[in-house]
Design a protein around this ligand. Structure first.
Ligand code: URA
Length: 269
């Protein structure tokens, strides 16, 4: 019986390995057999001691989207082609948060539609059995931070958002979180993780554990569990990180299943 289970598990892992293009040497047998650690919710000191932000003004999702689409609070608003509000279900149980739109996102007005986004879709589908319409995907900043803002048509014109751009845009994300009230948030990469958790450690140190996103930071009724993982772009650069990401997504899957009372169906709705 145990042998059959182990065989099933190994076959399942091989399938995911193929889907995610992991080469066999990246998935040693030991890793496959290793049980996932029980999520230990811990609250990083910096986030726990962060001051309470102003109460989040009530607004419908549609009103908030309109506000973002006409926003000119920082210079990014004058150069973008499209503000990228977010995509997915406003009733999603899990919210993925990236850094900011790139070239493709600026052109299409939707987050994670370039190569990183295609990989994110594949991870959602393969590991979680979810479509992007069943989760919610947003970014820390809603407009494309460009090295040369006068040329939105040039490729490779991306840069990380500045602290000032993050500070003026962050309330939009907080309001999205307050309206969606997800069961958990997954931060994609270092920038989103540092912004939401107020920590300094790099993503490789901090990923794969549960943290707490305190209710006072977004004006909600309850704290939200937060799981940092690698940004899909990092996986494209370094495919060896896919194994860790896969483990993080399994942790997420267990959480969503426990929240849904053990059901394996879509988590949204
Ligand atoms: N990278 C991000 O962080 N967000 C996007 O929407 C696209 C790429």
């Amino acid at each position: 019986m145990k042998k059959a289970l182990a065989r099933d598990l190994a076959a399942h892992i091989r399938r995911i390995d193929e889907e995610l293009h992991l080469s066999p040497h990246e998935l040693p047998g030991g890793a496959a057999a290793r049980p996932l650690k029980k999520p230990a919710a811990r609250r990083p000191a910096a986030a726990a001691s962060a001051p309470a932000s102003a109460p989040v003004p009530a607004s419908s999702f549609g009103e908030l989207e309109k506000e973002v689409k006409s926003c000119r609070r920082c210079a990014l608003g004058s150069h973008r082609l499209n503000a990228v509000f977010g995509v997915g279900s406003p009733k999603a149980r899990v919210m993925f948060v990236g850094e900011g739109p790139g070239f493709q996102e600026d052109h299409q007005g939707e987050p994670f539609v370039g190569r990183s986004g295609q990989l994110l879709d594949k991870i959602l589908d393969t590991v979680l059995g979810l479509k992007r319409s069943e989760v919610y995907i947003a970014n820390i900043v809603k407009c494309h931070p460009m090295v040369n803002p006068d040329n939105p048509e040039s490729h490779g014109n991306d840069r990380p958002p500045s602290p000032e751009e993050i500070a003026v845009c962050r309330p939009y994300l907080e309001r999205q979180i307050a309206l969606i009230k997800p069961g958990c948030i997954v931060t994609l990469g270092s920038v989103a993780t540092k912004v939401l958790l107020g920590v300094e450690e790099g993503i490789s140190k901090i990923r794969g554990k549960w943290y707490v996103y305190p209710r006072n930071l977004f004006g909600g009724d309850a704290d939200i569990k937060l799981l940092p993982t690698y940004h899909p772009a990092a996986l494209l650069r370094n495919p060896k990180l896919k194994l860790d990401t896969w483990e993080d997504m399994k942790m997420l899957k267990s959480f969503l299943e426990s929240e849904a009372g053990g059901g394996a169906g879509p988590m949204a709705g």
